[in-house]
Write a protein that binds this ligand. Structure first.
Ligand code: NAP
Length: 329
């Protein structure tokens, strides 16, 4: 089978589409013939060799797939060969065949196209869990999302109305990314720029001068001071990424957190795959059900094959991506 393989840390020059042996499912696992696979920033972090992400080389990227069950490992009884499914893969999803834990493999309801389904296991499931579980979003609250124009940022805009709706503010790294985020449903989007005080003033004004209830922040610790400045008393900040790579600065001091009455939460989809797989599977089911009813749509850019993936990873790596990318196998 053909698979994307990253041979060493660096850029797209080390990403190759290779013929490799198709993986077999072990006990409790499922092999899937992949129809579409989602691209995610975590694959870029692995490609860069970021600490905690760059696994041993060669690395087989890809953490979410949609396709049909090809083979069942020992002990798997709730799925059948040929069933359309999505799965959160530990790795190796950017390939013609992938293996996933059965507990993280969920049948796709009728009517959901596999290219949309491929955005669910990591992208939409993470977004749901960020808002509902880690972020404890309540209808009518205000939400600030950094990197609003990317895959997760777009998914927040699409999901929020189905969770009761609220005032949605975003930041982006470049001014030209604001228009797309606004089209997806953000009420106000500002480029981060170089003047945090000015950015804070613009975001506060965009929330009618009120504090923000929930901040979803994938920027390491670079924006935590800004987040705390903007937070409503009792507000929550969910830290869920380190897009810049490298060692993040220390978190603000205890007095600053106490004074802000802030809840600071960490979130890791990858961590939950091991510690709470049933929670991830429930989020996957919920997102698929929303897609099946037709009330949620998830716009995607479909890449025509694995050989197009390294260039798309380049776009993500340089902050030039827009929305969510999937690849057709
Ligand atoms: N914790 C988890 O379980 C989890 C799960 C999924 C995603 N995430 C995180 O959520 C974020 C969004 O993920 P995604 O897959 O949807 O990717 P994405 O938003 O489509 O792309 C990543 C974005 O990160 C921003 N960024 C900020 N600093 C950057 C830098 N130094 N280099 C490159 N990009 C930089 C860029 O947007 P702007 O320049 O506009 O900010 C870029 O477009 C990522 O940071 C990812 O690691 C975490």
């Amino acid at each position: 089978m053909r698979a994307l393989v990253m041979t060493e840390a660096g850029g797209s020059e080390h990403s190759h589409v290779l013929d490799v042996e198709a993986p077999e499912p072990g006990p409790g696992q499922v092999a899937i013939d992949v129809a579409h696979a989602g691209l995610n920033f975590v694959d870029v972090m692995a490609r860069r060799g970021d600490g905690g992400y760059g696994a041993a080389w060669p690395h087989h990227p890809g953490k979410e797939v949609a396709g049909t069950v090809r083979a069942l490992g020992a002990g798997v009884t709730h799925l059948a060969v040929g069933t359309p499914v999505v799965a959160a893969t530990r790795a190796g999803g950017l390939a013609e065949t992938a293996v996933a834990d059965a507990v993280l493999t969920v049948p796709v309801p009728a009517g959901v196209p596999l290219e949309a389904a491929a955005t669910v296991p990591l992208g939409l499931a993470t977004t749901l869990l960020l808002l509902t579980d880690a972020g404890r979003f309540a209808p009518g609250e205000s939400v600030l999302v950094h990197s609003a124009g990317g895959g997760i940022g777009t998914a927040v805009a699409r999901l929020l109305p189905h969770l009761g709706g609220g005032r949605l503010l975003g930041t982006v790294g470049r001014p030209e990314k604001a228009a797309a985020a606004l089209r997806h449903g953000y009420h106000a989007v500002h480029a981060r720029g170089t003047d945090p005080a000015d950015l804070a003033a613009r975001l506060r004004a965009a929330n009618d001068g009120r504090g923000i209830d929930l901040v979803l922040d994938p920027l390491g610790t670079a924006a935590v001071d800004l987040d705390l400045d903007l937070l409503a008393p009792g507000g929550r900040i969910v830290l869920f990424g380190n897009a810049g790579g490298g060692a993040p600065d220390p978190l603000p001091t205890l007095p600053r957190l106490l004074a802000a009455n802030a809840t600071l939460t960490g979130f890791s989809h990858n961590g939950l795959l091991t510690s709470a797989p049933a929670k991830v599977a429930a989020a996957i089911r919920r997102a698929l059900d929303l897609l099946a009813t037709g009330i949620l749509d998830t716009p995607v850019t479909v890449l025509p094959g694995l050989s197009a993936v390294p260039a798309a990873h380049d776009l993500l790596a340089t902050g030039q991506g827009e929305g969510k990318y999937v690849v057709a196998l």
